[in-house]
Design a protein around this ligand. Structure first.
Ligand code: CMC
Length: 432
């Protein structure tokens, strides 16, 4: 028999059911509390609120564990690829050879954008941030598809495989185009011969005269970054996607909202902020100590970017893998980046500093990823875009999960109102 929680309020006792996840995570189900007692629960920023039941990704922040559909991230990083991980995350199990082939073929089938989309790209200011372009163009892409424009899950579900692959494939094309647009460069079309990540690099860096030289170590490093970002259970962007999906909005609209949520410097924009921080430290000749002192001072407006996490109170397992990859890639490409030394010194100093130790602040996935991206020539404003391409399978899987749940309702949180009491309209001439 499952345990019940007892709550005493205004002299009455309420029994609240509890539930337990497959890894022992426990929850008190308060969904009927307001109807029974008139009380809601308040948990600003959702530090202790489960918003859904999900089978996709498991995180144990205290132990530094991350698993996609049960498989540890370390195993995925060592043995898998981004496309295979995407299949696992979206469909729940590793694909067999035929399934993986079909999934890849669908990417190829959908990789071209509608030609008229080029005009949309032309109208962005050259200074536009590629995350703004990405979000807008994902939505714009849906306008060229009748099924997305007249989306109804009951009909769309049989086509979901197509739409999922179309979104994953086109986000890569849009991302590369947004970079080329921001540099005033001619657009480069995708090529059938290339796999997912190589094709992205080709669209980013080839010219109309010459194909970009695809280096295996570069492809592998970027593919690993995509894979490590592929899902991370509930977080600002994924919960945004679920929130929008709960209104039955189409897949593209829901994921384009995820891009906007991801853009901020506290979330997917952190990788860009880390690199800018490292560059500032380098430029000012600081050995890192001045920056660390500022990050500890709440009035400075500075934080040690790439450090800390709402859930991880231990080393982010993705950061360990990225740090190793960073050393390998830089060695293979024979790049000696002073920013890597600064990052390592900062990490060492912070991990010994009582401010960071007491608050359990460790490097997160964004701390070293920017150095790899810089080494392979990706400009800093594209860093959050890389995160968005990587996170697409997680958003798609969460979208699918919510749409397949027959009990799913529109998300509608409550609030505690603290504004004025009943007030009345005052005509303009009587206002002070
Ligand atoms: N530098 C300095 N102090 C920090 C930092 C930091 N990076 N992160 C947290 N703190 C402090 C925070 O001010 C608070 O101090 P106090 O207890 O004195 O008020 C304490 O540590 C606890 O913070 P928290 O409640 O754990 O933080 P949070 O859950 O509200 O925010 C976070 C999590 C990731 C937004 C925050 O750690 C942060 O802003 N980090 C820098 C940005 C960053 O790297 N973001 C990427 C996150 S990983 C990628 C992703 O999944 O989005």
């Amino acid at each position: 028999m499952s345990k019940e929680a007892k709550l005493e309020l205004d002299g009455k006792s309420y029994s609240l059911p509890t539930l337990e996840g497959s890894e022992g995570e426990k929850a008190v189900d308060i969904s009927s509390l307001r109807a029974d007692s008139g009380y809601i629960t308040l948990d600003e920023s959702y530090g202790n609120t489960g918003s859904c039941i999900s089978k996709i990704t498991f995180i144990d922040g205290e132990k530094g564990i991350l698993r996609y559909r049960g498989i540890p991230i370390e195993e995925m990083a060592e043995k898998s690829t981004f496309v295979e991980a995407a299949y696992l995350i979206i469909y729940g199990s590793l694909p067999n050879r035929a399934q993986l082939r079909r999934f890849s073929d669908l990417f190829t089938e959908h990789q071209f954008l509608h030609e008229d989309m080029k005009y949309h790209f032309e109208s962005f200011a050259t200074t536009a941030h590629p995350m703004a372009i990405l979000s807008a163009m994902i939505n714009a892409a849906s306008c060229f598809d009748d099924g997305l424009m007249h989306w109804h899950w009951g009909q769309a579900n049989s086509q979901f495989e197509n739409y999922a692959a179309k979104l994953m494939s086109q986000v890569r094309t849009i991302a590369a185009y947004s970079y080329r647009k921001s540099r005033g460069l001619p657009l480069i079309y995708p090529k059938k011969a290339y796999k997912y990540t190589a094709n992205f690099l080709h669209m980013m860096y080839s010219t109309p005269y010459e194909d970009y030289e695809i280096k295996l170590e570069v492809v592998r490093a970027l593919d690993l970054i995509f894979l490590l970002h592929a899902d991370h259970e509930q977080n600002c962007s994924t919960s945004t996607v679920r929130m929008v999906a709960s209104s039955q909005a189409n897949l593209f609209a829901s994921c384009s909202a995820g891009v906007c949520a991801l853009w901020g410097p506290l979330h997917g924009g952190a990788n860009q902020a880390v690199l800018e921080m490292l560059e500032e430290i380098h430029r000012t000749g600081d050995d890192g100590s001045k920056f660390i002192a500022a990050a500890k001072d709440k009035n400075s407006g500075k934080k040690l970017m790439g450090f800390g996490h709402r859930v991880y109170k231990n080393y982010d397992p993705r950061a360990k893998i990225i740090k190793r990859s960073c050393d390998e890639v830089l060695a293979k490409l024979r790049i000696n980046d002073p920013l890597l030394d600064i990052a390592k010194n900062l990490e060492e100093a912070a991990l010994k500093d009582s401010y960071f130790v007491e608050r359990k602040l460790y490097p997160n996935v964004d701390f070293y990823s920017g150095i790899i991206m810089r080494a392979i020539g990706i400009p800093v404003e594209m860093f959050p875009v890389i995160f968005a391409i990587g996170r697409m399978p997680g958003w798609i899987a969460n979208y699918k999960e919510i749409m397949e749940d027959s009990k799913s309702r529109i998300s509608r949180p409550r609030q505690i109102y603290t504004g004025p009491g009943l007030n009345h309209y005052v005509p303009m001439e009587e206002r002070k």
